[in-house]
Design a protein around this ligand. Sequence first.
Ligand code: NAG
Ligand code: NAG
Ligand code: NAG
Ligand code: NAG
Ligand code: NAG
Ligand code: NAG
Ligand code: NAG
Ligand code: NAG
Ligand code: NAG
Ligand code: NAG
Ligand code: NAG
Ligand code: NAG
Length: 362
Amino acid sequence: MGFPNRVFFPILFLLCSIFSIQSSAQTLGFRCTANATCNSLIDYKLPNTTTVSSILKLFDIKNLRSLLAANNLPITTPQNYPLSASQILKIPFPCSCFNGSGISNRRPNYTVVPADGLYHIAAEVFSGLVTFPQIQVINNIPDQNNISIGQKLWIPLPCSCDEVNGEKVVHYGHLVAAGDSVSGYAEQFNTTESELLSLNRMINSADLKADSIFDVPLKVCTSMVQNNSMDYPLLVPNGTYTFTANNCVRCQCNAANNWILECEPAGINLTRGQTCPSMQCSGTPNLALGNTTSNSSCALTRCAYAGYRNRAVFTTLTQESTCPEGNNNSPSGNNSPSGNGSSGLRSSFILGVLLIAFHLFW
Ligand SMILES: *[C@@H]1O[C@H](CO)[C@@H](O)[C@H](O)[C@H]1NC(C)=O
Ligand SMILES: *[C@@H]1O[C@H](CO)[C@@H](O)[C@H](O)[C@H]1NC(C)=O
Ligand SMILES: *[C@@H]1O[C@H](CO)[C@@H](O)[C@H](O)[C@H]1NC(C)=O
Ligand SMILES: *[C@@H]1O[C@H](CO)[C@@H](O)[C@H](O)[C@H]1NC(C)=O
Ligand SMILES: *[C@@H]1O[C@H](CO)[C@@H](O)[C@H](O)[C@H]1NC(C)=O
Ligand SMILES: *[C@@H]1O[C@H](CO)[C@@H](O)[C@H](O)[C@H]1NC(C)=O
Ligand SMILES: *[C@@H]1O[C@H](CO)[C@@H](O)[C@H](O)[C@H]1NC(C)=O
Ligand SMILES: *[C@@H]1O[C@H](CO)[C@@H](O)[C@H](O)[C@H]1NC(C)=O
Ligand SMILES: *[C@@H]1O[C@H](CO)[C@@H](O)[C@H](O)[C@H]1NC(C)=O
Ligand SMILES: *[C@@H]1O[C@H](CO)[C@@H](O)[C@H](O)[C@H]1NC(C)=O
Ligand SMILES: *[C@@H]1O[C@H](CO)[C@@H](O)[C@H](O)[C@H]1NC(C)=O
Ligand SMILES: *[C@@H]1O[C@H](CO)[C@@H](O)[C@H](O)[C@H]1NC(C)=O
């Protein structure tokens, strides 16, 4: 006879749980029904003390500025800037949706080093952002114990490009902390509990697990970027900034400014003597990108960013109402630079687009 029951059943139970963990651990990515590519974000808890440059290398991030911008770090942060263990960074990466799921679009492309194992890579190098069966499945590895030094592995980070309630959003893989709740996220990110559960293929809020990665849709600022622009749709979530138009334009999103995207000349030095065009909105008054001006009846005119194509940058004049609700005191009639001139607005919205101008580089 085999095992007595008190041994057999626990073993059977263990086998069943391992099997079910493994089959769910193989499911790739977040729910994504769109057939699309987009940009996404994920939390990465640093396993070790490291530097900005090793993070860029680990995640195949080509542009230092995109990592700094995603984390709202100063643009002057150097590559050798030290980062401490357990710190959480937001990693920007390209997402691709296929067959109902979204995963990072062929990167990070990790190179196996001596003494690596799939479990170590998944759990310790990438801090559990993926499971080892997911790495195994996406890279068609028949034997999990047989990987070779120098072998390249696609690490399938979860992401999505789906719209939420008909609005474009940025999907952010949020690292769940102990004590977090779905209702808390709904409040913090201005969405609903049922929306979050549905995005995360979850039935019950009580199933939220600490240290798991939870799909949170980040609302983005309204932009004037046209659909034929090379950076369309320019999705900038609240509290972050981004560089676009070949690094010539910096755009930031602040929910407190009524979710209107604020763009201005980036003012950074480009390589190899390239220069940015002077970005003016033509017409009267003559404003540069990011400038706003208001007349005495609480109408704010803004020179807004409308996109770029090849070497042309587009601008457009927009009208916003700055009348405080129920109170008609007019804002100061001065011209003011962007990022600052529009603070204190209470009910501002875009009333109309006046015109578009463009200028060539070089
Ligand atoms: C998504 O793309 C695949 C391959 O390009 C195509 O076969 C499929 O029909 C597309 N699905 C939708 C819903 O567009
Ligand atoms: C699409 O997903 C289903 C399960 O969701 C899976 O059975 C099928 O093999 C997948 N197809 C491809 C081409 O990956
Ligand atoms: C990873 O990089 C290698 C060579 O550097 C390349 O052959 C491979 O296609 C890349 N993998 C992916 C998933 O792009
Ligand atoms: C962190 O340190 C551990 C132990 O030294 C090592 O195994 C692991 O690969 C390191 N992780 C990274 C991302 O460098
Ligand atoms: C390991 O995989 C390689 C191919 O990737 C294969 O040639 C080799 O026979 C495998 N080794 C074992 C022990 O299975
Ligand atoms: C929350 O979202 C609703 C609808 O999407 C919107 O009307 C409201 O202004 C948002 N609240 C904040 C604080 O952004
Ligand atoms: C782009 O926008 C224009 C109007 O601004 C619209 O007529 C056109 O259908 C749009 N094209 C696409 C592909 O969405
Ligand atoms: C926007 O971001 C700021 C700071 O990053 C935060 O304090 C604020 O609560 C956020 N607002 C919304 C509606 O998400
Ligand atoms: C750009 O270059 C000029 C002169 O080379 C320098 O004075 C300035 O500080 C640089 N600006 C930035 C943002 O690096
Ligand atoms: C202020 O600007 C708005 C929009 O351009 C215009 O309708 C309004 O007449 C202007 N008011 C004054 C006093 O110039
Ligand atoms: C326009 O904005 C720039 C900085 O973005 C500022 O230096 C300039 O003074 C502004 N001009 C006007 C007319 O507000
Ligand atoms: C403009 O910004 C400066 C510093 O960032 C701040 O001290 C000042 O109060 C702001 N002005 C307005 C009108 O918000």
